[in-house]
Design a protein around this ligand. Structure first.
Ligand code: PBG
Length: 323
């Protein structure tokens, strides 16, 4: 017999569905990543990430201009230098690719929120996120280079720095370096909980940053661990992070929810390259609807507790008003 106390919400009414929706995805909470390369008139399609290109600074300005018209307000920059070396000099060069991209963007679009990824892996010949000595990544000597990188981005005019390297102690060191140089008000968005993940595959193809030997398991997290995520998150909070990030997002929704309830800091999630490409490839093969897939994934990340999401779908969401 049917219970007399069953809920009487009428789900066939779109209006009631909207009124009772618990999670409302908002495109103002999305951040669009860009890959910037040296040169002029450059636009290279990234085979593993359909719809995303590597662009030179001139084309970056054009893309950002049209993206801003579509409503994008926040961007995350990744630089790919012309040359890489074993200490990742391009990451902290005053005239490095990201530094020049930031100053051009802020000159053209002062109101744009420009966030920079602070890491060495796109700039090192060996593809690791830090300095390598005796075949392993040396945590402490890397910190100084990360400080220099964050400072160079700040001096170029970025609005926020996002360290993604996962070296221990880098948030505190970057905070001190920024404060000492007059950037007391520049926030740090910390990739606090970053798992060693197969979902970064397309990104490494895009940035040419696949490790040339070994893997990143020495400094990125093991997907079997959840308590460790809280420890990483709380340490970064203690060191002065302003926003915490969990990455990847889709296979880590439980981690997003757990970090959300463990701290009051704003929480960001990174809907990474592999999560994006899965949707693109399914849609291209006719196995699913791109909009429906992307909206469901992004909504689930918000539902898990993210306040904001870095996503390669941002451009399509905004241009095509998916939400
Ligand atoms: C740099 C960095 C990576 C990503 C963001 N910052 C790659 C990595 O750790 O290998 C991945 C983003 C993505 O897959 O979209 N350390």
């Amino acid at each position: 017999m049917e219970s007399p106390w069953r809920p009487r919400r009428n789900r066939s009414s779109r209006i009631i569905r909207d009124l009772t929706a618990e999670t409302v995805p908002d495109r103002k909470k999305l951040i669009m990543p860009y890959f910037v390369v040296e040169g002029r008139d450059k636009r290279e399609q990234i085979a593993s990430m359909p719809g995303i290109d590597r662009v030179c600074i001139d084309n970056l300005l054009k893309d950002v201009e049209s993206d801003m018209k579509a409503g994008i307000e926040s961007v995350l920059l990744f630089g790919i230098p012309a040359e890489k070396d074993d200490v990742g000099s391009g990451a902290y060069a005053e005239d490095g690719i990201v530094q020049r991209a930031v100053s051009s963007l802020k000159r053209e679009f002062p109101e744009l929120m420009v966030i920079t990824d602070v890491c060495l892996c796109e700039y090192t010949s060996h593809g690791h996120c830090g300095i390598v000595s005796n075949g392993t990544v040396a945590n402490d000597p890397t910190l100084e280079l990360l400080e220099k990188t964050a400072l160079s981005h700040a001096r170029a005019g970025c609005d926020m720095v996002a360290p993604s390297d996962m070296m221990d102690g880098r948030v505190g060191r970057i905070r001190q370096a920024l404060d000492a140089d007059g950037f007391e008000n520049l926030p740090i968005l910390s990739y606090a909980v970053k798992y060693s993940s197969a979902f970064y595959g397309p990104f490494r193809d895009a940035a040419g940053s696949a490790p040339q030997f070994g893997d990143r398991r020495a400094y990125q997290m093991d997907c079997r661990n959840a308590r460790e995520a809280l420890r990483e998150a709380l340490l970064d909070e203690e060191e002065g992070a302003d926003i915490l990030m969990v990455k990847p997002a889709l296979a880590y929704l439980d981690i997003i929810a757990a970090v959300r309830s463990a701290t009051d800091l704003p929480l960001c999630a990174y809907n990474v390259s592999g999560e994006y490409s899965m949707v693109k490839i399914m849609a291209a093969q006719g196995f699913g609807n791109e909009r429906a897939l992307a909206v469901e994934i992004l909504t689930s990340i918000f539902r898990a507790g993210a306040d904001m999401i870095i996503s390669y779908h941002t451009r399509d969401v905004c241009r095509e008003q998916w939400f």
